[in-house]
Design a protein. Structure first.
Length: 565
């Protein structure tokens, strides 16, 4: 009985449903049990379903955008993501219309078939592309080549690494997102390509360039005379380039010149010495100098060979250009000009060097048309040439060094030769204003062996003779120029000061060798100056003026102190 009733009831319901089937399909309501994005729209009209869905639509999801090693999280709306409630309801309506009669009947008896439709979304590709380009734009780059540089701190050649070029394909990512708006992670493809010059390609020449950085000693063949370039000086003689090691011809020639000056001992011309108040002729002597062409080739080869520590310069004999027979009659010589300076307050060592240098250039004879070279006349600033330690300017400091006081003599010689009207071939200044050369500021000449010389050309019609008068008791020095006096007058102006720069504050340096609390001054303050002196020469050719410019650095006082107790 029970079964029959159930069947009957079902049949009755089915018959009723069939009878009212058309009405059920035409009422405009969505079938029961339908949802869109979790919102129940069953039994609602399209308008009611759209209103319900619009009021309860969740905010745009968050999307993680990956570009290379970087990531951003943005709202999907920034990537052109848009929800479409209308299309979502239409999708549900189409599904509702396609429901079977049995499904509708089940809905009528309280057993609806549930179905949840996703929210229909779409992506505006243009908006997505614009946002992705904005995010990835900073990562786009052209490849950067590796570069070879010299690090002065480490005194080594180093390679700046190369970086590849990068280009983010924002269009591909935008299209991928448009094809699947449900994505919550979006990766922008990145294309990379190598630089033209990579660090690996430079490794061999940098290794060789650093092996070449070593001290290099030069020796003159057949003598014990040597000169040495420091590792840093050698490093300045070549470049490490992309193509390999490239010699720097200009600096090589400069360094070669310094080294030849260091090892050459040119012939000594005949000269005068003063004996019993009379000038006596002394014969010249042969010397030995570098064979320039062969030595330069050997030097260039040695610089670029890391296995070479010492290079021997081929040498040749140098003969005097002025013999005793060619010296002019002392009785016919006139005093052309005199330079003077004082060295009050000099140390014992400085006085020794002043006296020695003055004696070395005393009696020097310069033939007409030839150059006076102070370092040649001196014969080198070395211990075996009689020079001792004293204060010199080196490396931006006043420090103990060989030959302190020699510049007193070069300065005095420059004053004499300049007052004589001789053309300046080479003249170098001191780094700062030196008290010993006052009050004739700027009227001075620095020398350093090797490298800095004082050279003046004898433009008179006859040989000139250099005579020195040193008075240690009075701390005065004279350098006299004798010869056939040219018919000209020479006037040297006092210094014209263009600018003055105050010296920096004093520096205090701890010296662990001093007693605790002790202090001593090792350098003295001087203001900086930009100045020049002028020389006016009047002769048969007319009147002409030349200028000697000097720029003194501001110099700070330096005090050494003992360690704190």
């Amino acid at each position: 009985m029970k079964v029959w009733v159930t069947v009957l009831s079902a049949a009755a319901l089915l018959g009723g449903a069939l009878a009212m089937g058309v009405a059920a399909q035409d009422d405009g309501k969505l079938a029961p049990g339908l949802r869109v994005a979790g919102v129940d729209v069953g039994g609602l009209s399209r308008e009611e379903a759209l209103a319900a869905l619009s009021s309860r639509t969740a905010p745009p999801p968050q999307v993680t955008v990956n570009v290379g090693t970087r990531a951003w999280t943005v709202g999907a709306d920034r990537l052109g993501w848009q929800a479409d409630p209308q299309a979502s309801v239409e999708a549900a309506a189409r599904a509702s219309a396609g429901r079977s009669l049995l499904e509708r009947m089940q809905g009528l008896v309280g057993q609806p078939s549930e179905q949840d439709f996703p929210l229909v979304t779409r992506v505006d590709v243009g908006t997505a592309l614009a946002t992705l380009k904005s995010l990835a734009g900073g990562l786009n780059s052209q490849p950067r080549n590796a570069a070879i540089t010299f690090d002065r701190a480490t005194r080594k050649y180093v390679v700046t690494p190369d970086t590849p070029g990068r280009r983010a394909n924002a269009a591909a990512a935008a299209n991928a997102y448009a094809a699947n708006p449900a994505l919550t992670t979006l990766t922008v493809p990145v294309t990379e390509w190598k630089a033209q010059y990579t660090a690996e390609a430079f490794r061999s020449q940098v290794t060789l360039g650093n092996r070449l950085i070593r001290p290099l000693t030069v020796q003159l063949q057949g003598t014990g005379r040597t000169g040495t370039l420091t590792a840093l000086q050698v490093a300045d003689l070549y470049w490490v380039r992309e193509a390999g090691i490239v010699p720097d011809d200009k600096t090589i020639l400069t360094a070669f010149g310094r080294m030849t000056e260091a090892v050459d001992r040119p012939a000594q011309n005949a000269r005068y010495v003063l004996q019993d108040g009379k000038l006596v002729k002394v014969a010249g002597s042969a010397g030995r100098v570098t064979d320039r062409q062969a030595a330069l080739a050997a030097f260039r080869k040695a610089v670029l060979d890391p296995a070479v520590q010492t290079v021997v310069f081929p040498g040749k004999v140098s003969q005097p250009t002025l013999t005793a027979a060619g010296l002019p009659d002392p009785a016919k010589m006139e005093l052309i000009a005199t330079g003077t300076s004082t060295y009050y307050g000099s140390s014992r060592e400085r006085r020794v060097n002043v006296a020695n240098a003055a004696a070395k250039i005393h009696g020097m004879v310069v033939p007409a048309g030839e150059n006076f070279s102070f370092l040649t006349a001196l014969g080198g600033i070395t211990p075996d040439n009689g020079f001792v330690g004293g204060l010199i300017i080196s490396g931006g400091r006043t420090v103990d060094g060989l030959g302190g006081g020699v510049c007193q003599v070069s300065t005095t010689a420059f004053r004499a030769l300049y007052l004589a009207g001789l053309p300046v071939v080479e003249r170098n200044q001191h780094s700062y204003r030196v008290k010993y050369y006052e009050p004739q500021v700027g009227f001075e000449a620095a020398v350093y062996d090797p490298g800095l010389d004082l050279k003046m050309k004898n433009d008179t019609s006859a040989p000139i003779y250099i005579r020195t008068v040193n008075n240690d008791a009075k701390s005065t020095l004279e350098v006299q120029v004798w010869g056939v006096k040219p018919k000209r007058s020479v006037t040297v102006s006092p210094a014209t000061i263009l600018s003055r720069t105050a010296h920096p504050p004093a520096q205090y340096v701890v010296n662990p060798n001093l007693p605790a609390g002790a202090m001593r001054q090792v350098d003295w303050a001087q203001d900086g100056y930009n100045l020049y002196i002028t020389r006016t020469i009047k002769d048969a050719q007319g009147t002409r003026t030349d200028k000697v410019s000097t720029v003194y650095k501001p110099w700070q006082a330096v005090y050494e102190t003992g360690p704190r107790g």
